[in-house]
Ligand binder design. Structure first.
Ligand code: NAD
Length: 269
């Protein structure tokens, strides 16, 4: 029997980390070889399955990522920007596929992934679900078909714990709209970071972020002109869609040449 790729999950105790561990342990296409948490975290040294409140999985949570990444074919990483940069260097050293779900990375931090991508496959996407990546493609097409009589607003809603705003997915949608329209996002948007800004320019691309309760993730792209509007909408109701997409990316990356890829490459959209 051929051995399936061994995968390390970083941020093991996180919302996505736990979902990834469950998805990988339920899969017959991959197996879990490591679970990483921050030094001092209460899960370090415990069996990850037991820490999650279930049956033991035979994998002990570690704060020493290099040891486990050295034995892995892929690392799936939904943590925080600076942590992700450290894991990128370790994944490059081990020639392991690095699937990055972490959002909120600055352009400068993203550029720092470049050296790692010369040695290993990096698949990075602000959203790993099939539906959202399709929505990105549709947004690009609709924006290309409409002129600047249509203002574009990206509206997103997430649970109250989400750190960054607008979401990585909202930014992907804004970039897609700008690309479709043939403009630079920075020229037509304030990226919504300062909240409601009052009147906006004709043809702008704007962002609005809603935070509350346990909302997994909702995104809407509104194309609004005088007299008519078009709405494209996606709702995630289960984090499993991101975990399944991330696992698919880890498997897709096996045997690919080093470089930076995204979910459009993985899904062949
Ligand atoms: P979370 O806060 O529940 O989990 C993050 C985990 O990372 C925590 O357990 C934390 O201890 C751990 N961590 C931080 N630094 C670490 C380090 N140096 N070493 C090891 N572990 C470390 O957050 P979450 O909701 O699971 O989201 C995590 C990230 O994934 C966020 O950036 C979020 O926006 C993003 N996300 C992306 C997608 C996608 O499809 N791309 C989907 C959902 C969430």
């Amino acid at each position: 029997m051929t051995q399936t790729p061994g995968i390390v999950v970083t941020g093991a105790s996180g919302r996505m980390g736990q979902m990834l561990i469950k998805t990988i342990s339920d899969s017959d296409k991959a197996h879990l070889v490591g679970a990483v948490e921050q030094a001092g975290h209460s899960w370090v040294g415990r069996d990850v399955g037991e820490a999650m409140g279930g049956a033991p999985l035979g994998v002990t949570v570690t704060d020493q990522p290099l040891e486990v990444i050295a034995r892995a074919q892929a690392i799936i990483d939904f943590t925080a920007p600076e942590a992700t940069l450290e894991f990128a260097a370790l994944a490059a050293q081990a020639r392991a596929v690095h699937v990055i779900g972490t959002t909120g990375m600055t352009p400068e931090q993203i550029a720092r992934l470049g050296p790692a991508a010369r040695h290993a496959v990096i698949v990075r996407a602000g959203n790993m679900s099939l539906g959202v990546n399709l929505l990105v493609q549709l947004t690009k097409r609709v924006a290309a078909a409409l002129d600047e009589d249509f203002d574009i607003e990206v509206i997103e809603a997430h649970h109250r714990h989400k750190v960054d705003a607008p979401s990585g997915t909202a930014l992907m949608l804004g970039e897609a709209a700008a690309e479709g329209r043939g403009v630079d996002l920075a020229d037509v948007s304030d990226r919504g970071r300062d909240g409601i800004t009052g009147a906006r320019e004709r043809g702008h691309i704007g962002f609005s972020a809603i935070r509350g309760g346990d909302i997994v993730g909702e995104h809407e792209v509104l194309f609004a002109a005088d007299g008519e509007r078009i709405v494209l909408r996606h709702a995630a109701t289960d984090r499993a869609i991101f975990a399944r997409g991330a696992l698919k990316a880890a498997l897709w990356g096996q045997g690919k040449g080093p470089g930076e890829y995204d979910m459009v490459d993985v899904l062949g959209l």
